[in-house]
Design a protein around this ligand. Structure first.
Ligand code: C2E
Ligand code: MG
Ligand code: MG
Length: 590
């Protein structure tokens, strides 16, 4: 007995074909849900049978069959390959009716089914590809974010201490500056761990890094204690031995100083490794800037903090506070130092001469050569307080001093030739004195200028005289050159050394002479008196410097001082003025 379904299909035959079809597909080895696939296949068979029987015939619905197979995940390579021949063979039997007519309908149906199948497969593949694409894009974006995060961490933090680094410090300063109220103030404390570079080299960089990490931790604690609930502080690590704490909203420098002290204390007491039986102790110095925020840049703050830090070395103090006046002066000196070598070559350094007088009769006995710098392109003439120390620091004092000596000797020789046998007194710095070949150079200069050695006096300071090379000094005096101790009484006055050194003159410092202004100053005049007596006992002449008043002059003369110079008598002046002065003396002579 043949059972037929509601649409007229032969149910057992349909079931049998469904089972067979399912087995064929399952044989391809991928069906995930067999039961589900069986239902789908049965339904599709029914649809195909209905389409094959429909009047008028329309193959289009068979497209849906292909799509349904794909949707039911019975879509795999080979599914069409097994399905199409199977259905071509067995479907006509199921449809029934006029055999050739049915067969002519089966081919278009299977053709549409194949179209539907491949189209659906392509859509699914595209969807899958798109899905893949999307998830790849998400993964890529996540990776980018992660890398960016790592990069930011590396860019903005120090690798050793993990503290914000120079880049983030500048960003922080920039942010404080741009968001600050007009009257807001801030402090930047630059901390330097002294001798770190040496320790790092001596102990190895791994230990050095450990030290920095420990310091970072201690500084974090200091800042955390101060910070409390406020976010006014930023601790950064500039790399190496330099750390920075920024405090916004300060009202003066006190907070910066307190913070630097706390930091110094914390680092000084950090428990550090033992090396060779000694526990390491670190010292820290701090450069502090405190100022209004408006109109500044991050660079200003860092540069000024570095300038202040450099002052701690010069001042030998644990911290220094930035001072714009001092910085401007530093800058001026730096510019001068840079300009000096070329200026020396161009002959811009020329001596002025200050007359030296015998106090007894006010006769002119000599001149002291005092260097002056006539800067090209300016009308200014700079005095030695502007450049001698600089020249000593840069070493330029050697050629500069020699040039002054040469010019002074040439002038002196000219005055001698004109009948004025002046003593030519020239200042010599300690650096020059320690230069090998100094004596030979002086011989040369005397030779070339024609000035007799006995007319040359070299002025050296007390400390140079005491610490300097004795041989050089006696080599000079052996030639008849005179030797004066300059500014006597301001240094470590070593009267005993006077007897040992081949000194011919002592120049009493202006400070001693100044004390003689007051006629009642008995102590001052006693000191000067004793000094003069002692010098005379040692056969040393005494010249008083800086005589400015009549009282000083009179007192010195009464105390037996031999010679003197000072504004009261004559200020330093050009060589040409001295020549004029000499002419005047000649014409006034009887
Ligand atoms: P110094 O050798 O003690 O020179 C005396 C200084 O006192 C000069 O200052 C002079 O102008 C100043 N002076 C003279 N009379 C008076 C006075 O009555 N009152 C006051 N208040 N000052 C007076 P200047 O020319 O500025 O020289 C300063 C110092 O620079 C010199 O002190 C000397 O140590 C150094 N110096 C000058 N030229 C040279 C040089 O060619 N080589 C070296 N190494 N040092 C030099
Ligand atoms: Mg002098
Ligand atoms: Mg002097």
């Amino acid at each position: 007995m043949t059972r037929t379904g509601p649409d007229g299909a032969d149910e057992p035959a349909l079931d049998a074909l469904t089972q067979h079809w399912l087995r064929q597909i399952a044989a391809l080895g991928f069906l995930p849900h067999k039961a589900h696939a069986r239902v789908v296949l049965g339904e599709q068979l029914r649809l195909l049978v209905a389409a094959a029987r429909a009047e008028p015939f329309d193959p289009a619905p068979a497209r849906q069959v292909g799509a349904a197979l794909v949707a039911a995940r019975v879509a795999a390579p080979g599914v069409l390959g097994v399905s199409l021949p199977l259905l071509a063979e067995r479907l006509p039997g199921l449809v029934g009716g006029d055999e050739p007519a049915v067969r002519s309908r089966i081919q278009p149906l299977l053709g549409r089914m194949a179209d539907g199948f491949t189209a659906a497969l392509r859509d699914t593949a595209m969807l899958a590809a798109e899905e893949l694409n999307r998830s790849e894009r998400v993964a890529w974006r996540d990776e980018q974010r992660r890398l960016q995060g790592e990069l930011n961490q590396a860019l903005l933090h120090d690798v050793v201490t993990d503290l914000p680094n120079r880049v983030s410090l500048r960003e922080h300063l920039g942010a404080v500056i741009t968001t600050a109220r007009p009257d807001a103030r801030m402090s930047v404390c630059l901390l330097r761990v002294d001798d770190f570079a040496d320790l790092n080299d001596a102990l190895g960089h791994a230990t050095g890094d450990d030290l920095l990490r420990t310091i970072g931790v201690r500084l974090r604690e200091v800042v955390a204690d101060l910070r409390g609930a406020s976010d006014r502080y930023l601790l950064a690590h500039l790399g190496g031995e330099q750390f920075v704490v920024v405090v916004s909203g300060t009202t003066g420098v006190d907070e910066g100083i307190k913070l630097s002290r706390l930091a110094q204390h914390a680092i000084g007491n950090a428990s550090l490794p033992w090396v060779d039986g000694y526990q390491l102790r670190l010292r820290t110095t701090a450069g502090i800037v405190e100022d209004r925020v408006a109109g500044t840049t991050a660079d200003d703050w860092l540069r000024n903090a570095h300038i202040a830090l450099a002052w701690t070395d010069a001042d030998r103090r644990p911290y220094a506070v930035f001072d714009p006046t001092r910085a401007a002066e530093d800058l001026r000196r730096h510019r001068l130092a840079v300009a000096m070598p070329a200026a020396l070559e161009r002959g811009e350094f020329q001596p002025h001469f200050q007359p030296l007088y015998a106090l007894a009769d006010r006769s002119l006995i000599g001149v002291e050569a005092l260097a002056r710098w006539r800067r090209r392109g300016t009308t200014a003439t700079l005095g030695p307080q502007n450049f001698i120390t600089l020249a000593e620091q840069t070493g330029l004092i050697r050629p500069l001093g020699m040039s002054q000596l040469r010019q002074a000797c040439q002038r002196g020789s000219g005055w001698h030739a004109a009948g004025h046998p002046l003593l030519i007194s020239v200042n010599v710095s300690a650096l020059q004195l320690s230069e090998p070949g100094l004596v030979a150079t002086i011989d040369d200069i005397l030779d070339q200028s024609g000035l007799p050695a006995s007319a040359l006096q070299l002025e050296i300071t007390e400390s140079t005289a005491v610490d300097g090379p004795d041989d050089t000094l006696s080599d000079l005096t052996d030639r008849g050159i005179q030797l004066a101790i300059d500014d006597f009484g301001t240094g470590h006055a070593n009267l005993a050394a006077l007897s040992r050194l081949p000194v011919t003159t002592v120049k009493l410092a202006r400070e001693l002479v100044a004390d003689l202004s007051d006629t009642d100053n008995a102590a001052a005049s006693a000191v000067v008196h004793r000094t003069i007596q002692l010098c005379h006992d040692l056969n040393v002449t005494v010249t008083a410097e800086g005589i400015e008043t009549r009282t000083q002059f009179d007192t010195l003369r009464a105390l037996g001082c031999d010679h003197g110079q000072g504004f009261l008598l004559a200020p330093p002046t050009s060589a040409r003025d001295i020549t004029q002065l000499l002419k005047a003396i000649r014409t006034s002579r009887p």
